[in-house]
Design a protein around this ligand. Structure first.
Ligand SMILES: *[C@@H]1O[C@H](CO)[C@@H](O)[C@H](O)[C@H]1NC(C)=O
Ligand SMILES: *[C@@H]1O[C@H](CO)[C@@H](O)[C@H](O)[C@H]1NC(C)=O
Ligand SMILES: *[C@@H]1O[C@H](CO)[C@@H](O)[C@H](O)[C@H]1NC(C)=O
Ligand SMILES: *[C@@H]1O[C@H](CO)[C@@H](O)[C@H](O)[C@H]1NC(C)=O
Length: 228
């Protein structure tokens, strides 16, 4: 009984400490951010271009949906962990709920230029999604986000509740052999990440990992096996 109480007390204290230490004093840390967008004074404003040097945006966050209209995604194709042949086109299909898809402004001139907008009729955010694929060269260090093997905006509306995108280019069918991570990356109308009403929730996005194998090598191995 006594030890159970001690454990309970310990758990309570630990969670209280976590809460306190996780909460930072914004006024003390970032006084210019706290003082209502003074943070952008004297800095390069975000002006609709994608400024690779960084910039400062004073666009407000905008309309936030209620908890029954939060965004959620699932990559339904290809299957997580599957093995696909190299240099062969394949299709990524993503189920996304909580979004009115097909809405994106011009990313070369209107990037982050207006707030998130919620559709009055459905209660869902106007927006779009993306497929981003990176080769995973390490299992212990996060990949460099400037490097990607495939990227495509899913600007067209979902069909039967799914975004669909062929992975391939005019130069290359599919992808070269390797380990890859495929992620969805959902966005509002003006390309900002979707803003949700509560912090504790499921993820807006999904990622899977797949292996792309050299089809010819595989065939050689199985031929060898057959001979042996
Ligand atoms: C946060 O920091 C500001 C400025 O240093 C101070 O005035 C304020 O009392 C602090 N707030 C809390 C909750 O500690
Ligand atoms: C980014 O910085 C480089 C180097 O200072 C400069 O040449 C370039 O014009 C800047 N780009 C923008 C969009 O401000
Ligand atoms: C992984 O390594 C390959 C081959 O060197 C390279 O082309 C690719 O950009 C790297 N990807 C990442 C995310 O580091
Ligand atoms: C693979 O997809 C790319 C991009 O859509 C396309 O250009 C190419 O013709 C496709 N290849 C085949 C074999 O269908």
């Amino acid at each position: 009984m006594k030890s159970q109480f001690t454990i309970l007390l310990f758990v309570f204290l630990a969670s209280a400490i976590t809460l306190v230490s996780a909460q930072q004093n914004v006024t003390a840390l970032f006084p210019e951010a706290e003082a209502d967008n003074n943070i952008c004074k004297g800095k390069t404003p975000t002006n609709g271009l994608q400024n690779r040097n960084g910039s400062c945006s004073d666009t407000v966050q905008g309309e936030i949906p209620d908890v029954d209209h939060m965004v959620s995604s699932l990559i339904v194709e290809p299957a997580n962990g599957c093995n696909l042949p190299a240099f062969t086109n394949f299709t990524v299909k993503i189920s996304t709920i909580g979004i009115v898809s097909g809405f994106f402004d011009d990313p070369t001139s209107q990037y982050y230029t207006f707030p998130q907008v919620v559709d009055k009729e459905t209660g869902n955010i106007f927006g779009h999604s993306h497929v981003t694929i990176q080769q995973l060269n390490s299992t212990t260090l996060a990949p460099n986000p400037k490097l990607f093997a495939f990227f495509k905006g899913l600007n067209a509306p979902e069909e039967d509740g799914l975004f669909s995108q062929v992975v391939g280019s005019a130069a290359n069918n599919g992808l070269p052999p390797g380990e890859y991570r495929i992620c969805s990356m959902v966005a509002s109308f003006a390309h900002q990440p979707t803003i949700m009403p509560v912090a504790q929730r499921g993820s807006q996005d999904d990622c899977i990992r797949i292996t792309i194998s050299d089809a010819k090598k595989k065939r050689k191995v199985s031929n060898k096996k057959r001979k042996a």
